[in-house]
Design a protein around this ligand. Sequence first.
Ligand code: GAL
Ligand code: MG
Length: 974
Amino acid sequence: MSDPLRALRPWESPEVTSWGRLPMNALDRRTGALPLDGDWRFQLLPAPDAPVQGVWSSQPVPGAWTVQGTDDLPQYTNFAMPWGEFPPDSPAANPTGVYEREVDVPAAWAGRRIVLQVGAAGSVLLVHVDGRPVGVSKDSHLAAEFDLSGVVRPGGRAVLRLTVVKWSDASHLEDQDQWWHAGITRPVLLYATDPLRLADVTVRTRCDGTLRVDCQVRDAGGALPAGWYVTGELDGRLLTQDQEFERFKEKDGRVSDFLGEARLGTVVADARPWTAETPALHPLTVRLHRADGSVADTSHHRVGFREVEIRGRDLLLNGERVYIRGVNRHDFHPLTGRTVSYEDMRADLVTLKRFGFNAIRTAHYPNDPSLLDLADELGFYVIDEANIEAHDHAHEIADDPRYLGAFVDRVSRMVLRDKNHPCVIVWSLGNESDYGANHDAAAGWVRRHDPTRPLQYEGAAKLDWADPTVASDIACPMYAPLEDCVAHALSGRQTKPLIQCEYSHAMGNSNGTLADHWEAIESTPGLQGGFIWEFWDHGILQRVNDGRPAGRGGAGLYDHGVTTPGHRWAYGGDFGETIHDGAFVADGVVFPDRTPKPVMFEHREIAAPVRLAYTGGELRVTNHQHFRGLDRLAAEWRLSLADGGTRTAPAELPRVPAGGSAVVPMPFTLPEEGGEAWLTLRVTTADEEAWAPRGTEVCVPQVRLRAASRTVSATATAPGPPVEVDEDGLLVHPLLTAAPVLSLWRTPTDNDELGGMAARWRAWGLDATRRTLLDVRRGNTGVTVIAEYTTLAGAVRHEQVFTRVGGGIRIEETADLPQGLTDVPRVGSVFETVAGLDVLQWYGQGPWESYPDRSTGAPVGHHSLPVDELFTPYLRPQESGGRHGVRRFTLSAPDGTGFTVALDEPRQVSVTRYRDEDLAAAAHHDELVARPGCVVRLDAAHRGLGTASCGPDTSPGHLVRAGTHRWSWTLRPR
Ligand code: GAL
Ligand code: MG
């Protein structure tokens, strides 16, 4: 017998967005439902029309079969479709998962309306019950509901079959830059309602406490039910129905099922407004009553009183222009792919909150519904984005009428699902799909249905940031050069808020110039923020021996961003894919296990709610929040003296309102001696917050109280041993296993590689310079060594003057870079030490990794870390572990032996276990083998990181240019 659902071939019909699927609504039916999660019978067919076999295995639901033991493995592509068919076609080889299980339908559901909800499945879902066709759905990131009332028997047992077709016409709309997966990725459940029921509830608020609730009522009964009504309960206060619109049609004693719409309303005079800083939620229960007062249906909501508005070029939240400190977030997990638990999502948001983020763009599809519940609760502004990315075939699809329905379907269903969340402040029509009539159609639907929120679409806005006619109320470019943003804001023709939907690409060791962005944003009216790309490094935990995803069994096989032996973070190509985009999937501010990368600390400081300024001898504390006072924060003063260690003192934060500031007394008297002095305010949470225990560090703003004195105090210690150099002019020193030589190279970062700089540097031969000794001159107090390093852009002359000084050796270096070397990664020294020097203490910026254009968040002070913890385990090994602004450092063994290096100026320094060649030879962090000694690099100049893997390079001021570079340092054994 042929199956009508398969006969319809919905996987090759873009016009078919669903069949038999119920309309989307904003009601949460999870409470009281029968969960159908767990192990289902499973078989993977080679194509949707292949016959189902008698042999079954099993698969957990929810989950993606691509990470759960099948031979159909994950594949990563950025925008290239993984196969060659043009829209709307898909390949003949098309993995199709058949999931089956029995369901015992509760006998108590007799007379009730029974609904199946599949949380997410894709790309096409076919539903059968007891062999009968029930429905079809598309959109892998939204739930699909089907009415099973006449199909299953309460008290009986039914066989539920869900068939998931991996590839389809819809795959062309789901071409987001992420792993391709397939399966049933969100929970499945069965629930029952009274035939007379709430069909939808729409909550609207204003920040003055105005509440309006529209309740749509339907009845499957078919006869006219007399006298139903709706009540509400907000914070325990009763709301009564003030209007009712009957919508039903009556004919021959029968009525249509849409009975009408009832409205509840009130003004809560003392409502606490909802903002990301003060996410006050008011519980609302809506009840639908039968004429006798009994309750037919109940729906729970959490109301946030807030209002979004665009006035001129400002996006206002409750009338206030708020900065959007956002990040792009995918539904991702290193073990389960797209299936994420409530606890995981909560942990994501807690992490973001602790690092100063206040906004999320759900890139590039509606995220799991719990994410929005959590964002309401913890306080985030959300740009809710529809599941439309036609990237590879964007131009064809944006205007293709066969896809028109799919555009409107995807956008409208997202809005219907999420409209009651206070956290959602802007709708997004999708990502990277060109701009066409299909977008305008979807925009038209949204504007009519939800006039309370702006909408945005980068593809439309980019035509002209100021054009009012396109489907975007916000100028929301991606990776726009900062100068262009500032120029637009100053041009006089800006008409919309400028909030970048993506900026500061976090691939590998990145996010250079983030602080420059925020300096501009906070000082340029019209610029309001943006969303960093992105939250996650999407590494999938993989077993190295068989190349399989570790799946759920991999729990605990990683720690602090690093995998345990025998495992690695897989990126594109690691599952044997031939079409892939490599490590481009690892571009987040956290590692695959959510360990924060150093950029998180940079961001935390840039977003600091408390700022410190020291001018004209006056110390000023500013409350940089939008809505809160400083009362829920505590603080401590810390004074770091270059030559005198650290002192602390309790701090009292001034009672200033949001935006206010106050002069505070200087907590310390500076000692006369002691050189440079830095004052830090360590700010922590004063109370338990939903996102942090009391005492959690929030920011560490710092000011310099006194500059370094120029006069170097002559430490009159005994002169060091005579300087010794070998026949190659290389320093001989008992603690060094490789003498300091000139380095013009850093193992390219992802930005260096993808931005094309590394290729240029390799073409110049900077990774393999050959050293030729030109001259060695020996004098009474030391030795001068002159060498030449060949590059294809000319020779670099390098001079080292070794002088015997109190207790050690001073090394004064000069490098003359020929004009052809217009832009190099670094100019500095590199040397290696004996084994056993395992702790680094330094006075400079830290404790976390910092680079010249990513150093705002690393305060100057006395820091100490084991050498093994200095290196950041970026998935693809690259330049890592640097510390900026280092004035002095000591490497020591447990017995206290070791050496101290004092630098002439604050310099970029790194101490790692790896040579450049070690890093270059490894494609994944787990392949690195730590050397017993240390590789020490100290730089006269180090190039900024920029973000050129996708976006602007570092700023011109952070380039390392040709010409003469000078630096000097002293090396003293301890
Ligand atoms: C953007 C895109 C993102 C991602 C990013 C690069 O163009 O919207 O999905 O691909 O670039 O990582
Ligand atoms: Mg893309």
